[in-house]
Design a binder for this molecule. Sequence first.
Ligand SMILES: Nc1ncnc2c1ncn2[C@@H]1O[C@H](COP(=O)(O)OP(=O)(O)OP(=O)(O)O)[C@@H](O)[C@H]1O
Ligand SMILES: [Mg+2]
Length: 373
Amino acid sequence: MGARSSRRACWSTGSASTRNAESPPVSRVHIQGLQIRYGDVEVIPQLDLDVQPGEFLVLLGPSGCGKSTLLHSIAGLNPISGGRIDIGGQDMTHAEPSQRGVGMVFQSYALYPHLSVRDNLGFPLRMAGLPKPQIAERVAKAAAMLQLEALLERRPGQLSGGQRQRVAIGRALVREAQVLLLDEPLSNLDAKLRAELRRELKLLHTQLRNTMVYVTHDQVEAMTLATRIVVMNQGRIEQIGTPAQVYDTPATRHVAAFVGSPTINLVDGAVHGGCFDVPGLVWPLATADAAALTLGVRPEDLIVGHDQPLQGTVELVEPLGSQHLLWIASAGRRWSALLPGPAQVGLGDTVRFGLPAQRLHAFGPDGRRVPLA
Ligand SMILES: Nc1ncnc2c1ncn2[C@@H]1O[C@H](COP(=O)(O)OP(=O)(O)OP(=O)(O)O)[C@@H](O)[C@H]1O
Ligand SMILES: [Mg+2]
């Protein structure tokens, strides 16, 4: 991705038909009252979403929650049952995919196996009837950006997975779309390549500044790439916020459990007289009495030390290089603690631990966050 700054001026991200010197280089996607039903199955009951121009919005959620369905409806690839979708200030609810000014990258690279990288990159432009010199120019720009210059004459079968995905991204870029939609583009790659391409995508975005909507179920990808994360569950939005907001103040139990690795510790109990109260664990909690309340503690927030009030036994130690994860069994419950450096204790050792007063999370029976004083 060399010579980034010098190439910045080369890229305009308005669609070919609407671009002019005055148009903003990026676009807003505004979704109101979106409903998607397949027969009796309500995949998206009612959804509003405003994607700001130039933002990197990540749709995050478990398998089957409707991420791809939402992305495809922005692209115009599936019929919608109700609502309205505006792209770049224009009503695109019923527009053909090719008219929407969006580029799409799929998980399966969907490259033409019999075409060279050069011809794969140029394919959407040939379909759009662009003159040859313009196609050559745009293909050259995309190839330079994505480090594909040396591979232009190869066929997809002669490329690695990472290189193929670069071609797929390049094919979306050559259209100079206002909005780039990416559906789990890295999930077919091994961990190292994923991290590498993730970095490249982020750099690409800082360079292009176009609007990106990116689907993943990988919370690390979401945290590292997003300007804002949309956490979805069963066709609904649970929370929209910056990665820090979603991580530090999860709006629901689902968000708390889905975002964060290792997973947050959650304990179901009740609150009586200013204490979270469950057999084997009584802990001061500044909230009103409640018959049912779930307490959440992130593993890195659990305090392990000789002077702490709770006691447990080390059940498992997972070394993670610069940190280790300690699994502690206590009063029929299992806690995880993420601690720096190598482990100082071993299996079966007794450890003392406590909960961090300022870093506790609480969720009511409806799953919503309960504020703590
Ligand atoms: N054409 C269809 N007909 C009926 N149901 C569908 C159709 N397409 C999707 N669904 C259902 O809609 C729900 C959401 O699917 P979608 O592909 O959007 O999920 P997803 O969040 O992208 O999941 P994944 O992470 O597995 O890709 C699923 O329950 C799926 O079975
Ligand atoms: Mg999907």
